[in-house]
Ligand binder design. Structure first.
Ligand code: TYM
Length: 354
């Protein structure tokens, strides 16, 4: 089983990323051959500062290491180091429907909110994401709920490629998403109708200037302040309900960080008042994030080690991706024919190997 996921180097990583994705990455290392990619090429589809990008990429790498990714047990690498991602993006464009890209929610939202240039890269973002996964013929992609549409598109692109060029074979693997049962969509603490997020480069998201977003590197005092200030709803019961998005979100957060089902949290806090409940959630979240925050400082300080981990990961990743690309090029009739490949002809080009 091969597992692949990607994460943006922009902004600061938050509790939603941690619960929805990063904790799953750590677990994936024991379930199969795992690859994790920090997607700097995706980050350039919106306005950004080149020097900042490198810093944020190191921050993100250090957070992933601090959370428990182990370069001995997974391949952790930087997207732009493996050129096959960009090459495959272009090749997959030929089996990607333009209208579908224009209808993607993320493209519509981001292009509407973008005051500067709306780049062609923003439109092609999902094709690059498809290439990320398909280049490794990954079986499974652990992600949060917000990536569902991107996963559907990449599955369709893989199917369409196989139908057009596969000659009855599954040249590209159609991957499955792995979205957690609990914590797949952590909501903003100040506005629980929108997902917790960091907006692009600035990293100062949240309805109340960051108060709605708990960051992985927040000190316990900041975590407590944000959770105690979380918007709750009218009424006083601790139970999940579509009418009670604030309380429902806190229940989900506590269940996820404790590794229990939401029903357990509801039963245990049935008699609690909102204030007491928020204090309990704050304490649990602070404990949950503390080990990663503590390890981060030392890991982030050693940029030479981070670079060497990323380069080692990229070499191993590239060895896999280059084989897929050789097959894809062959199937698409690009470049010189491979000896023994489906389109190989006997003759002078027989000896040309890629
Ligand atoms: P990114 O960097 O925005 O988010 C990284 C992961 O965190 C999850 N996530 C959340 N989970 C729960 N609650 C939230 N509020 C929340 N916010 C974010 C995301 O679902 C994601 O799993 N396009 C991707 C990066 C990417 C990728 C890939 C992912 C590029 N190539 C290939 C998978 C496979 C993104 O922007 O993630």
């Amino acid at each position: 089983m091969r597992i692949f996921s990607g994460i943006q180097p922009t902004g600061r990583k938050h509790l939603g990323n941690y619960i929805g994705a990063i904790s799953q990455y750590v677990a994936a290392q024991d379930r199969g051959e795992a690859l994790f990619c920090i997607v700097d090429l995706h980050a350039i589809t919106v306005p950004y500062e080149p020097t900042e990008l490198r810093e944020r990429l190191y921050d993100t790498t250090a957070i992933l290491l601090a959370a428990g990714l182990d370069p001995e047990r997974c391949m952790l690498f930087r997207q732009s180091d493996v050129k096959e991602h960009t090459e495959l993006t272009w090749l997959l464009c030929s089996v990607t429907e333009l209208g579908r890209l224009q209808r993607m929610h993320q493209f519509r939202d981001k292009s509407l909110s973008q005051r500067e240039l709306v780049s062609a890269g923003l439109l092609l973002y999902p094709v690059l994401q498809a290439a990320d996964v398909l280049a490794y013929r990954a079986n499974e992609v652990p992600v949060g709920e917000d990536q569902r549409e991107h996963l559907e598109l990449m599955r369709d692109v893989a199917r369409r490629f196989n139908a057009r060029f596969g000659d009855g074979e599954e040249v590209l693997v159609v991957p499955e998403h792995r979205i957690p049962e609990v914590g797949a969509r952590i909501m903003d603490l100040q506005d629980p109708t929108r997902k917790m997020s960091t907006t692009g480069a600035g990293g100062t998201a949240g309805a109340a200037g960051g108060q709605g977003t708990v960051y992985v590197l927040d000190e316990p005092a900041a975590i407590e302040k944000k959770l105690k200030g979380a918007v709750t709803d009218s009424g006083s019961e601790i139970r999940r309900d579509a009418e009670k998005p604030g309380v429902s979100n806190l229940i989900e957060i506590l269940a996820a960080v404790r590794g229990v089902v939401p029903e357990t949290v509801e039963a245990e806090h049935a008699q609690a008042r909102y204030g007491e409940f928020k204090t309990a959630v704050a304490a649990a979240v602070a404990d949950y994030l503390a080990p990663a925050r503590e390890r981060y400082v030392e890991l982030r300080a050693d940029e030479a080690r981070i670079e060497s981990i990323l380069q080692g990961g990229a070499e191993r990743a590239q060895a896999i991706a280059s084989q897929t690309l050789a097959d894809v090029r062959e199937r698409m009739g690009l470049g010189a024919p491979r000896a023994g490949g489906p389109a190989a002809t006997s003759g002078t080009l027989d000896t040309v190997r890629r």
